[in-house]
Design a binder for this molecule. Structure first.
Ligand SMILES: Cc1cc2nc3c(=O)[nH]c(=O)nc-3n(C[C@H](O)[C@H](O)[C@H](O)COP(=O)(O)OP(=O)(O)OC[C@H]3O[C@@H](n4cnc5c(N)ncnc54)[C@H](O)[C@@H]3O)c2cc1C
Length: 630
């Protein structure tokens, strides 16, 4: 590929059988900035190899799984409970490919060629690439990493939990188990404090036993499921919840050759559990869902299931919050991956489809559509991986692993500031990118015309898959309320203020000056709004919470894009991101008379190749280009 000429999307037929990493220069740019130099050196070829695996094999398998997804056979032929989920062979193949390339393992145990694990942002980068093809399968991957993180933090001292941790982080499919998290009950998804599932200590068996119903259980048959339950006399609400690991199979009663958790490899080989190996639970049914078919989501009735307490009693909700941070960022990474795939498919379609005698990407309105989708992709990905970097910083500090020296991986906050800022940025990342993914998937379908609506084209599945992203891991309203909590409890406005100021201070190129001034003004207003809301009553603060969340996203992302644009100018002599950043600012933050209709702006036509086809831009040329946009 001649990088100076940009990517000629007309040479592709579809966005499959290609290397997603190689074609996604947005992800490459973002990852280069958030990894340390040594991390990037190690990871680049591996991300490329994974981008190829996803493009060449996982993408086709994902379409097959969408048509022939997992099925539940709750009973055996004698009517005994077996809780058997039958997967298509293509799904086993996808699992093996993803886990054996280290999608979870690399971020927990030092992979070959490194002395330390990769940061969690590497797990998220691989989830992003996986979601080009199978956002449904990304759900189990995310929960496997989440469960591993929880056990790393709270199960380290416990020999049994250590075994589960080892299996969750295994690089070998034969030794691997997956994770899940069962919170939601009929009476409470958002309101987790309404959970009623009970946990009782069984003296005779020497273990905890769970009783109750869980209403939405994704990856229903995971061996490393974490569930919340209430122990005897525990207080009401979230304060009374404890966390338990509930294996799929009875951990003490297994007709197997070896001890330990029941691995994916064994399950595939041995088939359904025999009735005496069933842990005391019943998988009632799988949900008949709109999308994400590759992850079986069902209803589970615990009927005395054996369980291991994780961490301390009544600390379950707080511990689950650690998992939720990673799950929400996983959701955001999956959203960005969907946006990336939809954009790729749309660019290719538009470069090939002819109407009125020209390919449709020659028409001004289509150029504007594709430019705006590309800017959305840049904004979503840049923001998400900045939040991922903060999460990684904090985990790095907790693990006591050192950061590389002489690297370009962004500013060095204290672990406390990284934590407080991440607490604010993560719910916003999840809320905004999920919305962007649904909107982009919906519009990408339209770019494909009638074809986009039918199942032969992947746009159909991507929209169905995307539609769950705003719902699970917390709806937009619930996340917006969490933003208020982060501001109230963590004083998160303090690290936010520092982070935005530092980024704007770094911006010096004259072509970025107007955009930076616009962001300065909005930054000032945002901080004023935060101060005003802090003095308002809860009802009023809640009314404003969603708008506030989006406002933080817009101002923070604008500052981040401008800073990265300056770095690209300084270090790579490329002005492409400067164009993207100014477009984002004018679209999201600038005041425009008559909605910009009379501005004379021809940016999408003039900068189409740069923004959509990744043609590099001479730094000297951006002053004129940006002036024309004003
Ligand atoms: C495909 C799928 C898979 C899932 N997998 C899992 C899983 O593996 N594990 C799991 O635990 N859960 C899972 N869920 C459940 C999911 O997390 C919940 O559905 C979600 O959190 C919403 O909870 P709810 O369905 O009870 O809706 P509710 O909590 O009843 O919410 C209904 C509406 O009310 C709004 N609302 C609620 N409270 C407020 C408030 N205070 N202010 C303003 N608005 C409010 C919400 O935003 C929402 O729009 C899954 C869901 C789906 C669809």
């Amino acid at each position: 590929m001649d990088t100076d000429a940009g990517i000629d999307y007309g040479t592709f037929e579809e966005g499959r059988h290609v290397n997603y990493w190689e074609l996604d220069q947005t992800l490459q740019r973002v990852i280069r900035r958030v990894y340390t130099d040594s991390e990037f050196d190690w990871a680049e070829s591996r991300l490329s190899a994974f981008g190829e695996t996803v493009g060449l094999t996982i993408a086709d398998n994902a379409d097959d799984i969408d048509d022939h997804g997992p099925e539940l056979e709750p009973y055996d032929k004698y009517g005994e409970v077996q809780n058997w989920v039958r997967y298509p062979e293509t799904q086993y193949e996808n699992e093996r490919l993803a886990y054996e390339q280290g999608i979870v393992a690399d971020s927990f145990e030092a992979p070959p060629g490194r002395d330390e694990p990769m940061p969690l942002s590497h797990n998220l980068a691989m989830q992003y690439l996986l979601s080009y093809a199978d956002p449904g399968f990304d759900c189990p991957v995310a929960m496997t990493a989440g469960a591993a993180l929880v056990l790393e933090k709270f199960g380290r001292e416990d020999d049994v939990l250590r075994e589960y941790y080892d299996a969750l982080t295994s690089r070998d499919y034969e030794d691997l188990i997956e994770g899940a998290m069962f919170l939601t009950e009929k009476q409470g998804g958002s309101d987790v404090g309404a959970n009623e599932t009970r946990a009782e200590w069984d003296e005779r068996a020497g273990c905890w036993r769970l009783t109750g119903e869980k209403w939405f259980c994704s990856n229903i048959d995971a061996e490393g499921t974490l569930a919340l339950a209430r122990t005897e006399d525990a207080p009401a609400g979230t304060a009374g919840l404890s966390m338990f690991l509930v294996p799929h199979g009875d951990p003490d009663n297994t007709n197997r050759d070896r001890d330990g958790p029941l691995t994916k490899g064994q399950r595939r080989e041995d088939g359904p559990l025999s009735p005496e190996d069933v842990n005391d639970q019943y998988y009632r049914r799988l949900k008949d869902k709109l999308g994400t078919i590759s992850v079986p989501t069902g209803e589970v009735e615990f009927t005395g299931a054996k369980a291991y307490l994780v961490g301390e009693e009544e600390h379950g909700f707080r511990q689950m919050a650690e998992m939720l941070n990673l799950e929400r960022l996983s959701n955001a990474a999956a959203s960005c991956g969907i946006i990336g795939r939809v954009l790729l498919e749309s660019k290719i379609y538009a470069a090939n489809r002819e109407a009125f005698g020209e390919t449709i990407d020659q028409y001004p309105l289509m150029r504007a559509d594709l430019v705006d989708m590309a800017v959305t992709h840049e904004a979503a990905t840049t923001y998400t991986f900045e939040a991922a970097r903060l999460l990684s910083e904090r985990e790095r500090a907790e693990r006591g692993t050192a950061r590389g020296t002489g690297d370009s991986g962004g500013p060095n906050e204290t672990a406390d500031d990284a934590y407080r800022l991440m607490r604010l940025l993560i719910p916003i990342a999840k809320a905004r990118t999920a919305r962007m993914a649904v909107d982009t998937a919906s519009y990408g379908m339209e770019i494909h015309g009638g074809n986009g609506y039918v199942n032969d084209f992947v746009t159909n599945r991507l929209l169905r898959d995307a539609q769950v992203l705003p719902i699970w891991e917390g709806t937009e309203n619930i996340l917006s309320l969490d933003v208020l909590r982060a501001l109230e409890r963590e004083d998160a406005h303090e690290p936010l203020q520092t982070a935005i100021s530092e980024r704007l201070e770094y911006v010096s190129h004259p072509a970025l000056a107007d955009a930076a001034a616009t962001v300065e003004g909005e930054f000032h207003d945002l901080m004023g709004a935060l101060a005003t809301l802090a003095g308002e009553d809860s009802e009023y603060a809640q009314l404003s919470a969603k708008r506030l969340a989006h406002y933080v996203f817009d101002v923070f992302t604008a500052a981040l894009l401008l800073e990265r644009a300056q770095r690209d100018l300084d270090e790579d002599e490329n002005g492409r991101l400067a164009l993207v950043a100014t477009r984002f600012v004018s679209r999201e933050l600038a005041d425009r008379d008559a909605r910009g209709i009379t501005s004379g702006d021809r940016f999408p036509i003039e900068q189409f190749d740069a923004v959509v086809r990744y043609t590099p831009v001479e730094p000297d040329s951006i002053t004129d280009a940006v002036a024309a946009d004003d």
